[in-house]
Every structure is written in structure tokens, then in C-alpha cells.
Design a binder for this molecule. Structure first.
Ligand code: ATP
Ligand code: MG
Length: 472
């Protein structure tokens, strides 16, 4: 089953005998490993099991960066792990894992994965441990094996490095160290088969390339475009998780560009992708890039971000387009047209990425605030200002102003910039000055011909009030 070490240009394979790098030959020190991860490694070892730090925990330290989390691989089964740790939770169906919980810190422990053809007939026939669909996609992957088999089941060579807390050695099964040095993302095994087993690996290749500033090797890169349609089979809940890793990571712009390059972006946001490809909405692409670069900046400055903001940005123009479609086909009030378009856009989006309800509520608030921030007379300005999502709505307005300023029609060009400036000033002046600002708005409004006459006011809509607060 195992072959000699791969030549660098062909498919990467796992060796039966890993290269073992002693402590004085590598840079992984216990100081860089979280004390909780070390506790788990020691407890498994003293319990008589093999246990290694693996994946990003080893890779990132070797590359000189702090790991995002620590993953452990062991020969103990999930039940044996559970018996060792009181703070253990078993999770996952497709991929059964143990979570060792230390308050907010979770150490993920996975039992060594084995090959499907090695599963006993009983295991195969009951299909509880392993299952593939007709396209070769792994629906379940719970067959346990040796450490060598585990290495072979990992995605990239740089992720198949194992660190032992017994003798502090690093075990390199697939020439991962050489690929770290060469800055290459290389799949283990036949790339097409590996992508068919799990199409998320296409996203992971891109994510690691941008995160680690590496290039994807030719044979790992080649099948991505042709196999892009496999993305259809990724469950919407999993795609949400991948969305977070790609876009709430400080590398959103780079990942967006790469996903577009490989035709993968449309599986995240089909309606937006259609607009981007229509070619007549350049500002849409500018808006998306700007919202992503803002998100990246915030993350890189340790500022808080909510995925809801980015979702609201991604779907803002598809929503505007849908509102126009709705208005053209039915005589609806602006509010009714908004809610109908919102329903259509959201239900289409949910088929790709399942956005949790709490984020959907914030997106809706941000969108509704765009209308409410424009109407500032009387008590409206304060009502908008006191809205729990005012800040997000205001930030969104600033973003729109930056883009729309350059592409609005002659009579509305600059009006969003003025509106955004008004709100910036409003937040920075005394209450007396705020009241003066509101009065000025009212005077200006009454002086404009666009003011709606009170007699022509729409009947109140039966839809819920626009200022529903979010639960996020
Ligand atoms: P990071 O945590 O920084 O995103 P990571 O490499 O640790 O990177 P995880 O998603 O935490 O990634 O997974 C831990 C390890 O599990 C990976 O390094 C890889 O060896 C293995 N792995 C994760 N997802 C897959 C997959 N889809 N196919 C094969 N192996 C995988
Ligand atoms: Mg990890």
C-alpha cells in the first residue's frame, strides 16, 4: 500500500516509514503549544495510547506563526477517549471526534482514520462507519486505522506532520517539511480522487495558499476548475463554516479573488455571481471588494466583525435588483416590495449557505436601517440612532457612500456622501447641535419638491414594523 517517497513533480504519497526529525532539528517547542493541548497529549500517553499533535498546530509553529487551534490524533477510539476525560464531548456523524473542553478552549481529538477497503465486511455492510455516494464523495469516514493510514487520509502534505510529546520528535509522512520549505500546497494521493471524496478540499487548498502565502502545486491545482461543480454537493451548513474560515480570516479579498479564478465563488453566492458576470455592474464588484478589505482590516486590527455585515454586503445589490423586479411586476408599497424581495433573495441564498437565523436578523436590520437613516426629521433620527444595530447600519451606509458616490445619476450623486457625513457629525456633536441638525433637515425637506404630500401617504402596511431589533 505504501510507496517510496514521491518525486516532487508527481503525486504525493505517504511513506510506511516517516522521516523522524529529532528535537534539535526542528523548531516546535512546548512553549508554543497550549497547556491544554499538552495536558491532553500527556493524559492519552499515560493512559497507554499513542497521541500526536497534528495539522495546523505543527505546521504553523514550523512556519513561525501561532496556530489557530490544536488538533490531536490518537489510536484511542472515541469511547476510550471519553473514558479518560471527564470534560469530553463526542461530536460529529460524518466524522466522529472527541472535543476536550477547557472552558472556551476546545482541543479536538480524532482517532487515526483507516482505509475503507480495510474495513471488515460487517462494518462495510452496516454502512455505519463508512459511506460514499455515487460521485465518490465520503458521506461517512469512521474507519479507524494506523498512524500511517491516518497520514494518508489527511489532505495536504504540510498537514501530515505529527509531533510527539513523549520524545518531542516530528514525524513527516509525506515530505511535508520539504513542501513547507518550497511553499507548496500539495494534496496527498490522486488529486481528482481526493477532491471527489471531499470537494471542500478545493476550498482548503485555496485557503491554505492565501493564509500561508504558498502556491498550489500544478497537479493539485489542475483538477479544481473542471471539478468545481462538485461544490453543489456540499451541504449548506458546511459551506457556512467554510465561508467563515475563508472570509472572516483577514484574507477575504485574496480568497475572493482565488475563488473567482477557479469558478468556485458562484457556489457561495449564486445571485451575486450572476450580477458580477453580467459585466454592467462594475460598482457591485467594487462594493464587494471594499466590504471585504474593510473586514480584513478590522480583523487584522483585532476589531470585532460580524459575518452578518459581510452577508448583508454580498446580497445588497442582488436585493436591490430583486426589489426592482418585484416593483415592475406588482403594484406594491416600497415596504411590501422590500419584504417580498428579501424573502426571495434569502430563500435562494439558504440553498447554498445556511445562514443562521441570528445573522439573518442582523442582515435585515442593516438593510432596513439604510432606509431609516435617510429619514431624519422629527423623532426619526433619534429612533434610528438608538437602534441596537445603528453602528452596523451606519458603517454599511459609509461603505455604500464610498461606492455609490462614483456611479449615481447626476441628481443623486453625492447624496449618500452627504447623508453619511450628516450621521458622522450627528454622533460627534452636543444634543443641542443634534437638534439643530434635525431642524435643518426638516426645513430642507419641506423645501424640496420630492417631499411626499401628507394626503398621499400610504396606508400602514400589515408587515412587521421595520425597527424589529435583532437577537444577535
Ligand atoms: P487551521 O486550523 O489553521 O485552519 P488545520 O490544518 O489545523 O488548519 P483543521 O480544519 O483544523 O485544519 O483540520 C486539522 C487537520 O485535519 C488538517 O491539518 C488535516 O490534516 C486534517 N483535515 C481537516 N479537514 C480535512 C479534509 N477535508 N480532508 C482531509 N484531511 C482533513
Ligand atoms: Mg486546526
Amino acid at each position: 500500500m505504501f510507496s517510496k517517497k514521491s518525486s516532487r513533480s508527481s503525486v504525493a504519497t505517504v511513506t510506511a516509514q516517516p522521516t523522524i526529525i529529532s528535537r534539535d532539528q526542528h523548531t516546535v517547542s512546548r512553549k508554543q503549544i497550549s497547556s491544554n493541548a499538552l495536558k491532553v497529549l500527556y493524559r492519552l500517553n499515560t493512559g497507554g495510547y499513542k497521541a500526536y499533535l497534528v495539522g495546523g498546530g505543527v505546521r504553523d509553529i514550523l512556519m513561525g506563526t501561532a496556530p489557530k487551534d490544536f488538533d490531536i490524533a490518537t489510536d484511542a477510539t472515541p469511547e476510550q477517549i471519553k473514558a479518560l476525560f471527564r470534560n469530553c464531548r463526542l461530536i460529529g456523524r460524518r466524522f466522529r471526534l472527541a472535543h476536550i473542553v477547557f472552558g472556551r478552549d476546545i482541543i479536538e481529538v480524532a482517532t487515526f482514520r483507516g482505509h475503507h477497503q480495510n474495513a471488515s465486511e460487517k462494518e462495510q455492510s452496516c454502512q455505519k462507519t463508512s459511506k460514499q455516494n455515487d460521485e465518490g464523495m465520503l458521506l461517512r469516514d469512521n474507519i479507524y486505522g494506523s498512524i500511517e493510514e491516518d497520514a494518508e487520509r489527511r489532505d495536504f502534505t504540510i498537514n501530515a506532520l505529527y509531533y510527539s510529546a513523549i520524545d518531542f520528535t516530528v514525524h513527516d509522512f509525506a515530505n511535508g517539511l520539504a513542501d513547507i520549505a518550497a511553499k507548496k500546497i500539495r494534496l496527498i494521493g490522486d488529486p481528482e480522487t481526493r477532491y471527489r471524496e471531499d470537494p471542500v478540499r478545493m476550498l482548503r487548498a485555496i485557503r491554505f495558499a492565501t493564509k500561508l502565502d504558498m502556491t498550489i502545486s500544478e497537479e493539485t491545482k489542475a483538477p479544481i476548475k473542471p471539478l468545481a461543480p462538485l461544490m453543489e454537493s456540499i451541504p449548506a451548513a458546511r459551506l457556512f463554516e467554510e465561508f467563515l474560515k475563508l472570509f472572516i480570516s483577514g484574507k477575504a479579498v485574496a480568497n475572493f479573488e482565488q475563488l473567482c479564478e477557479y469558478n468556485l465563488f458562484k457556489y457561495f453566492f449564486p445571485a451575486l455571481d450572476e450580477m458580477l458576470n453580467e459585466g454592467q455592474h462594475e460598482f457591485v464588484s467594487d462594493f464587494i471588494q471594499l466590504s471585504m478589505s474593510n473586514t480584513d482590516k478590522r480583523i487584522n486590527n483585532d476589531q470585532r466583525v460580524t459575518p452578518a455585515f459581510l452577508f448583508a454586503a454580498m446580497l445588497w445589490y442582488p436585493l436591490q435588483q430583486q426589489i426592482q423586479t418585484v416593483k415592475a411586476s406588482a403594484q406594491l408599497s416600497p415596504q411590501d416590495a422590500f419584504f417580498e424581495a428579501l424573502g426571495t433573495i434569502m430563500s435562494r441564498q439558504q440553498q447554498s449557505i445556511s445562514i443562521p437565523k441570528r445573522f439573518q436578523a442582523v442582515m435585515k436590520d442593516i438593510w432596513i436601517l439604510q432606509e431609516r437613516l435617510a429619514r431624519r426629521d422629527g423623532k426619526r433620527a433619534y429612533k434610528a440612532f438608538e437602534h441596537p444595530k445603528f453602528r452596523a447600519g451606519y458603517d454599511f451606509l459609509l461603505l455604500r457612500a464610498q461606492i455609490e458616490e462614483t456611479q449615481g445619476s447626476a441628481d443623486n450623486k453625492g447624496s449618500l456622501t452627504e447623508l453619511a457625513k450628516w450621521w458622522t457629525d450627528f454622533q460627534n456633536v452636543s444634543i443641542e447641535a443634534q437638534q439643530q441638525m434635525i431642524k435643518t433637515v426638516a426645513v430642507n425637506r419641506s423645501g424640496t419638491s420630492s417631499r411626499r404630500s401628507p394626503r398621499k401617504r400610504r396606508k400602514p402596511s400589515a408587515k412587521p414594523a421595520a425597527n424589529t431589533s435583532s437577537d444577535a
